[in-house]
Design a protein around this ligand. Structure first.
Ligand code: FES
Length: 105
């Protein structure tokens, strides 16, 4: 079974907010999009931009890479426009006892 890492209490990540967590050699952005929690690797597949610094669009749950503007679907990690064309890793999220946890491999 994959390990679950504790992120924070759900109450500390309200809708529209993001946070960056580190786990071993991974940096993971955890995002509350209109009440749904997503976790995505904080590294753009185009040229390593830091996705969590990008703009969150809560209407379609995407985040825009601040470097060259590719938007990524937070649900799937797939890019929605160029220049990126390779998906970014996403991670399953659970909320247990009011705490956000992310499953990492
Ligand atoms: S580094 Fe993200 S679009 Fe170029």
């Amino acid at each position: 079974m994959s390990p679950l890492i504790d992120i924070c209490p759900l109450a500390e990540l309200p809708p529209g907010s993001k946070r960056l967590v580190e786990h071993e050699d991974l940096e993971i952005g955890v995002v509350n999009c209109a009440g749904q929690i997503f976790a995505i690797e904080d590294r753009c597949s185009h040229d390593d931009g830091e996705l969590v610094d990008g703009e969150l669009d809560e209407t379609d749950c995407s985040i825009e890479c601040p470097r060259h503007g590719s938007k990524f679907d937070l649900r799937t990690g797939k890019p929605m426009n160029l220049p990126a064309y390779v998906p970014v890793d996403t991670f399953p999220v659970v909320v247990e006892d009011g705490v956000i946890r992310v499953e990492v491999d």
